[in-house]
Design a protein around this ligand. Structure first.
Ligand SMILES: Cc1cc2nc3c(=O)[nH]c(=O)nc-3n(C[C@H](O)[C@H](O)[C@H](O)COP(=O)(O)OP(=O)(O)OC[C@H]3O[C@@H](n4cnc5c(N)ncnc54)[C@H](O)[C@@H]3O)c2cc1C
Length: 475
């Protein structure tokens, strides 16, 4: 229930955008100079370039290089304001959204709503795996993974027990999509190149990296040929690729999977486990769909949208990017970017020029790419399939083009140049907070639930869908 007076900046048409990721940010930018007020609201203060998270996790880039603040990006766009708060409620009938900033309600009235809250990791109903196998969706995740990866080598260095050393030096990545493949390649280069001379009692060349997937090949969206090429490159780097195998357990000690063809179960002892399989759309989508007749979110939480990306008979609500379901479009940055720009142009035309005919959204496929190792990437551009160094240069150009901010592009290009020429990585700093904070907060929340209290730290960490938490907060 909403108690505060809903905010609107002026009498102009007010566009509220939930999410400052690819869809939300590009929509906001498209409103530059428009005769509307734009409020972009995100639970973090930054726009995250998710495709490069694995480079933060493996020490190639620092977090700031892939996550400029949304305020900084939009500082010159006078009709745009930024609010850092987590949206907890959308009241579709009253056109009001309620968000939470550290226990304080933020209530906004909208004329048009663009929902671009993205997706989170899905453990396919095995959420307890998350304690031992973090996913990679946020800066926090990447920093935690970095601390786990470097921590594994540190732990290996101080043990005399060969079995324990082997466990510490075994890394299991679940999910052989682009993120899993890119991480596996980076981990192999880190173990065999970067860290080779840095330890005294540990031979980092003995590191085992296993990439496990339920499907028959790595990189399924790239097709069989590129999948095979990527697998060969990974195997040359020493990565063990395990296909047709479903993970059945993840615990403190390791990972168990079952081969779908032979039913054989394998358990591998590993300290560092990484989850890169499966995504679920933000629960905001289902929350909105549940209020609109005839609209139902699918099993992954995606909401079916009309051809113009609006939802049901609510022509003022648009759902874009990873949260929308339309023509089986994949969860890719370009789908979100083009969706955001389409919706913003459409709203502008209606508000400024009174246009009433809405064009359908048409996705232009600019291709997909994944880096496998130094000088080696796979690229699928319509029917063209490119791999090796040419793919790598294309990957480089595209990622530099889409990074936000000149400085970030410059620093990333410099880091990639150095990383190609030298074995060193300059961003391997890891702290105890990075390693423990996520699980510590989760445990604190369980304790607080038992005692029916709520502290600011835990409330901040609440996920949408857990319900609005109205217990007293110690601020
Ligand atoms: C590790 C990784 C690698 C990837 N690699 C590639 C790649 O190589 N190529 C490619 O095309 N795509 C890649 N993707 C997918 C791509 O990043 C997504 O498709 C794209 O980010 C979707 O954009 P979006 O705007 O829908 O959501 P996002 O970019 O995820 O943005 C969602 C935003 O909403 C905010 N938010 C969420 N919930 C709330 C709430 N309740 N209140 C307020 N704010 C909220 C989040 O903080 C976030 O800023 C990758 C994704 C990941 C995770």
């Amino acid at each position: 229930m909403t108690t505060a007076t809903p905010f609107r900046p002026s009498g102009r048409h007010h566009v509220v955008i939930i999410g400052g990721g690819f869809g939300g940010l590009f929509a906001a930018k498209k409103f530059a100079g428009a005769d509307v007020d734009v409020t972009i609201i995100d639970r973090t203060n930054h726009h995250l370039f998710q495709p490069l998270l694995y480079q933060v996790a493996t020490g190639v880039l620092s977090s700031g290089e892939i996550a400029p603040t949304i305020r900084q990006i939009l500082r010159k766009q006078k009709n745009a304001r930024v609010i850092k708060a987590e949206v907890r409620d959308v009241n579709v009938d009253d056109k009001i959204i309620t968000a939470d900033l550290g226990g304080k309600d933020v209530v906004l009235q909208y004329d048009s709503l663009i929902v671009a809250a993205g997706a989170s990791q899905s453990y396919f109903g095995n959420d307890h795996f998350a304690e031992f196998a973090p996913g990679m969706k946020s800066i926090d995740d990447a920093l935690e993974l970095r601390a786990r990866i470097t921590g594994a080598f540190e732990r290996a260095e101080i043990t005399d027990d060969p079995a324990e050393k082997a466990r510490q030096l075994t890394f299991v990545i679940v999910g052989a999509g682009p993120t899993g493949v890119e991480l596996a390649g980076q981990l192999a280069e880190m173990a065999h190149r970067t860290l080779r001379n840095e330890f005294r009692t540990t031979d980092t060349e003995q590191t085992r990296i296993l990439l496990v997937d339920g499907g028959p090949q790595v990189l399924p969206p790239f097709g069989k040929k590129l999948g095979r090429k990527a697998q060969k490159t990974l195997e040359k780097l020493g990565v063990e690729v395990v296909t047709d195998s479903l993970v059945t357990n993840v615990d403190r000690d390791g990972v168990t999977w079952k081969n779908m063809k032979t039913d054989e179960e394998t358990t591998v002892a590993a300290y560092c486990k990484i989850w890169s399989a499966g995504v679920a759309a933000s629960p905001l989508g289902k929350h909105i769909a549940d209020q609109i007749d005839g609209v139902e979110a699918d099993r992954a939480g995606r909401v079916p949208v009309n051809k113009d990306l609006s939802v049901g008979d609510h022509k003022e609500i648009f759902i874009i990017g990873d949260m929308m379901s339309l023509d089986k479009l994949p969860g890719l940055a370009q789908v979100a970017i083009q969706g955001g720009e389409h919706v913003a142009s459409l709203i502008r035309a209606e508000v400024e020029d009174g246009v009433t005919d809405r064009p359908d959204f048409k996705y232009f496929d600019k291709g997909t790419m994944a880096i496998v190792s130094r000088f080696n990437a796979v690229v699928k551009l319509d029917k063209a399939e490119i791999s090796g160094p040419i793919g790598w240069f294309m990957w480089l150009a595209v990622h530099l083009m889409f990074m936000v901010g000149f400085r970030n592009r410059f620093v990333a290009a410099y880091s990639w140049g150095l990383n190609t020429l030298s074995a060193n990585r300059w961003h391997l700093v890891a702290t105890r907070q990075q390693l423990h904070a996520r699980n510590a907060l989760r445990k604190l929340r369980t304790l607080e639930d038992e005692q029916n209290i709520r502290s600011i730290e835990v409330r901040d960490n609440l996920k949408f869908g857990d319900g609005r938490d109205t217990r007293a907060v110690s601020d």
